[in-house]
Design a protein around this ligand. Sequence first.
Ligand code: PMP
Length: 396
Amino acid sequence: MALFPTYLRNGIRPLRGKGAWLEDEQGHAYLDFTSGLGVTNLGHGHPRVQQAVEEQVSRLWHVSNLFEAPWQEQAAQLLQHAGGLERVFFCNSGAEANEAAIKLARRRAHQQGIGQPEIITFTSSFHGRTLATLTATGQEKVKTDCGPYPAGFISVPFNDLAALEAAVNDQTAGVMLELVQGEGGLIPAEPAFVQGVEKLCREKNLLFMVDEVQTGIGRTGHLFAYQGYGVKPDVVTLAKGLGNGLPIGAMMGKEELAEYFGPGSHASTFGGNPVSLAAAAAVLTEMKEADWPRWAGSLGKWIKERLQEELRDHPWVKEIRGMGLMIGVQLDRPVADWIVKSREKGLLVLQAGPEVLRLLPPLIIREKEAEQAVDILVNGLWELQEVSLDESVSGV
Ligand code: PMP
């Protein structure tokens, strides 16, 4: 009763986690296909990350604003190496990383003489819950009674290049795009669309910003999803998987953007704190050495194909889609019952909107665990359909 009731509760109280598994108070084990909302990409309690964090905690937890701190340099170097983007700003969350990107786009626009800069985002996108990122978000259902909303955001239909071209005007400062819409229903951007967005941004001198808060850190089969699209964004935002559970966000940007954020122009008290950075550095090293993104790509393809095969004739299933280990099952009815059913059988899954089931397993899952999850999902969905058939026959 002490908490504001902002979160929907899923009915379990996990006490500990290891790898792809969570255990609750009663000792029940659950295969975790939520990864804490796409965060624990290396699973729970990953030894390399744990060791790095413990080592850092034993030395130093926090110094404000990291003057000359070596670990910030090191983590930034790792990200540069990974992303091909030369500058990094560290913060604490995805919304905060996107706020930094929005401010950067606005600052750049102002310096180029644009008085009322506009950022274009897309329908069904999700960029965060702070007021600016909420306004940038293309889902009306999350914008409830929080107005007035900040000006300077325009929403156009996702995957529609002509609509984007028509929306660009002399005040447009940049475009913010998710490459696979996560909260919006696991909808991948079409490659031709993404390449068209990049080309348009170059022609019109717009900042091309990619929100990889959910797609980043290996989930789609590449360390960053943009690498799979063959584009080079000006700005990429990260959070979730970067710290594997420790709060950290990052905005990466091209070298030439550094001039728009001078000393004192932007900051965050905890941003880039030593403990979160130790976790992030260990995550990036592990991703590189073990090549988990590649595993995510191949196992994700296997899961998607198995689900497509086993559920092809299921009357409720409309589509199975996604990229890597970011998989969505689109039903023609609410998925809530299915989520409860899976939980009863020991599998935790998420939803993305009322009718899309969202699978975000950790990248380290083994084939055996993936098989177990697919069986639970497939059997559960067929069982529910049979129950509903029986009920309709008996007139319940
Ligand atoms: N962008 C995307 C694409 C996201 O999926 C999310 C979180 N679901 C956010 C931004 C916001 O991240 P955070 O909750 O860390 O602020």
